[in-house]
Design a protein around this ligand. Structure first.
Ligand code: SF4
Length: 372
């Protein structure tokens, strides 16, 4: 019997490194692209042989900056994925792209290879903020990329938006929301900036050179985004994700629901059965065929993971699905650890669905710590 799975391809190249980024992406090593793509094709072929029952329901090409790949290499990767696995007729195939790197030739290769959804790293509408955080593009480039997407027939696209940038004001957020809505995306992701260790951002914030908005202002920014997007027909379906009816990202939703997916590429993660794995992040290690890091999940780990991921979704986690996976209900799995968050209104358990309340979403970590 065939089994629906996701497929994630990681493209670890960027034009330059953004100030806040600690993702596995590397600048200035474009000459490695053909070898990395070749290794990814071989990896896909191996997985296709190993997991013969797989039908790909969603594929997500992330990075890094996939749109930095030469069109021929992108075409090769897409063809290799389809040669390794059968794809469902309605498979969602998403590709991340960054403004300033999107070209008609790249889009043509994507469309020919079956890409039908794009996520564009737009971030904000103010060039001064984009420059400061090290993005390589202006807002004009965002508009130009969107017009290229439309020209290629790729109307199902997401715009990424960042909140809490150094020097960002409420007015900037308002202006960004208006500018993004004017581009009529199908989906908007709103991420709060995280200060990661060993990034330029951390150094600048620590030295006091860059000032971040305080916690209250950042919460107000998020609320403004949430309200504005709701008023404009975007339903929040996850903590950071908003979509027009019918346009949520199926690949990401499936990850939060713990559906299995195969990962290929340097630093790519995968999840099949009770194993999660992560390929080596450094390109030389990946090219040498160093083994992935494998985590075997215990039953208890898996249950906690199901709640940790499922609660991110505004629709919550149905008890029937939890029971089907683990043979027990929420009470048997978490006992009295559920009492406090249910009593003080951070969680609800109504109609057999466990859900974070609006307040609970703001303090999700506290709920998880108590359930752990
Ligand atoms: S484009 Fe994305 S992956 Fe690349 S450096 Fe910037 S934030 Fe990191």
């Amino acid at each position: 019997m065939s089994r629906g799975r996701g497929l994630y391809l990681h493209v670890p190249f960027c034009k330059s490194k953004c100030a806040y980024c600690d993702f596995p992406s590397y600048a200035g090593c474009e000459e490695e692209m053909p070898r990395v793509a070749g290794r990814m094709c071989a990896e896909l072929f191996d997985w296709g042989k190993k997991l013969k029952d797989t039908v790909i329901e969603t594929m997500y090409i992330g990075g890094g900056t996939p749109s930095l790949l030469p069109p021929a290499l992108m075409g090769r990767l897409l063809a290799a994925a389809r040669a390794a696995f059968p794809f469902a007729p309605d498979a969602e195939v998403s590709c991340e792209m960054n403004p300033g790197t999107v070209t008609p030739a790249f889009l043509e290769a994507c469309v020919r290879g079956g890409v039908n959804r794009v996520s564009l790293g737009a971030q904000c509408a103010q060039d001064r903020l984009l420059r400061q955080i090290g993005r390589i593009h202006t807002f004009r480039d965002v508009r130009a990329s969107v017009s290229l997407l439309r020209g290629a027939g790729l109307t199902n696209f997401n715009l990424d938006m960042m909140l809490g940038l150094p020097g960002q004001t409420m007015e900037d957020v308002r202006e960004t929301l208006d500018a993004f809505l004017a581009l009529s995306p199908a989906h908007i992701s709103c991420y709060a900036l995280i200060v990661e260790e060993n990034t330029l951002l951390e150094k600048k914030v620590r030295s006091g050179e860059w000032l971040l908005p305080d916690e209250d202002t950042e919460r107000d920014m998020y609320e403004l985004a949430r309200e504005t997007l709701a008023q404009n027909g975007y339903r929040q379906y996850e903590i950071s994700n908003f979509a027009r009816e019918g346009f949520l990202c199926r690949h990401n939703r499936d990850c939060w629901l713990r559906h299995e997916y195969i990962g290929a590429g340097a630093a790519a993660c995968g999840f099949v059965g009770n194993r999660r794995w992560r390929n080596p992040a450094a390109i030389p290690d990946y090219l040498r065929g160093e083994p992935p890091e494998i985590t075997v999940l215990s039953e208890e780990d898996a249950r906690f993971e199901a709640v940790m991921l499922g609660l991110r979704l505004t629709d919550g986690l149905p008890e029937a699905a939890f029971r089907a996976s683990f043979g027990v209900g929420f009470r048997e799995a978490f006992g009295e650890k559920l009492d406090a968050p249910l009593r003080d209104g951070r969680l609800t358990l109504d109609g057999g669905v466990l859900r974070l309340t609006r307040r609970g979403m703001d303090v999700m970590n506290s709920v998880l710590v108590e359930l752990l």
